[in-house]
Design a protein around this ligand. Sequence first.
Ligand SMILES: Cc1cc2nc3c(=O)[nH]c(=O)nc-3n(C[C@H](O)[C@H](O)[C@H](O)COP(=O)(O)O)c2cc1C
Length: 411
Amino acid sequence: MRILLGVSGGVAAYKAVLLLRLLREQGHRVRVVPTASALRFVGAPTFEALSGEKVSTEVFDDVPQVAHVALGQGADLVIVAPATADLLARAAAGRADDLLTSTLLTVHCPVVMAPAMHTEMWQHPATVANVATLRSRGVHVIEPASGRLTGKDTGPGRLPEPEDIARLALEVAGRAGARGAPQDLAGLHVVVSAGGTREPIDPVRFIGNLSSGRQGVALARAAQDRGARVTLVAANLTEPLDGIEDVVRVGSTAELRDAVRAAAPGADVVVMTAAVADFRPARTPGAKIKKVPGQGPAPIELVENPDILAELARERLRPGQVVVGFAAETGDETGDVLHHGRAKARRKGADLLVINPVGGGRGFGTDSNEVTIVDAQGETVAQAAGSKREVADAVWDAVLKLSPPLAATTD
Ligand SMILES: Cc1cc2nc3c(=O)[nH]c(=O)nc-3n(C[C@H](O)[C@H](O)[C@H](O)COP(=O)(O)O)c2cc1C
């Protein structure tokens, strides 16, 4: 792929070097277009040596080539990382005062921007408005990560890791390339839950799990690409969710249950990929639980959470609704992953249960997955292995093959 990597002038410009190397290692041709400020943070020779391409910042360099037009027309994907507050403002205003902003006005390919700045700059109404303008024009603006900023400050505004930017940007490009994908979910409203719930122990601690939510996000994106209207119920997700139209953020299992049940009456399909807690602390004190030396660990009494998947399968909040569950399983001395998964399918009553082995580096937090899809009787209906997107497409294929077939409802 021919990638144009725009770099603007923030401290995080050094991460653009890592992103460049990563994209090159993946076999992409990358042309770096920095702003003049970016070159005060990282020198042009670094970008030139790693990209093997000339670097310039001005439209008046290389005039016979009319670089800003040639670069824009020749790119399959533009990534701007980091995108400063200033760059966002200039792009939103349609300025063309250097090579990068001029090129942004000539491109036809997907544009992904990864902002990085202090929290105050990110949350300023001017930046918020600029981001909204860019998004309304189809630019994919990635939510910055939260964490340590320059100096001692922490908060939202940090540039996401280069691996995450690369993965998301290539997904965006892949989706754009897949616009010819069959719109076989058109007319359907699907609700997908993703992530891992957190059950508060006290104001600062919680019981959580290792689910990254990537498989759920892949399901939501795949459904959207195939024409569905998607509501994503996102439990503590740090995954970028740009482009997903309806996102409801939740924390605990109780909140997730409320959000899914609020959306389900309008849904043709509900897919529960979120890893929810089976138990929660019976009480959540308002103050942090103190350690009293010598008294041993604090007794934390647990109570059972409702089984959201079984409830949805039993109640069918919309007639004819398809309910799909995910079962992250490990084998033990009583049976292997599939044995436990098939038993769970029979207990839960969902139309499909997607069984995926986890633990030992599999499933959680990885880019690939390996699943067996079973029906309510625990019989295998499909198997899939590959990227989480490929697994997501296999799940939607299995949903479409259900009998009786799904009938899109209008609401
Ligand atoms: C040390 C230093 C760090 C900076 N970090 C950022 C940053 O992270 N994000 C940002 O939006 N601006 C940052 N700035 C301000 C930009 O460099 C400044 O707005 C500049 O005009 C951006 O130009 P450009 O958008 O053309 O690259 C920083 C400035 C300095 C001196």
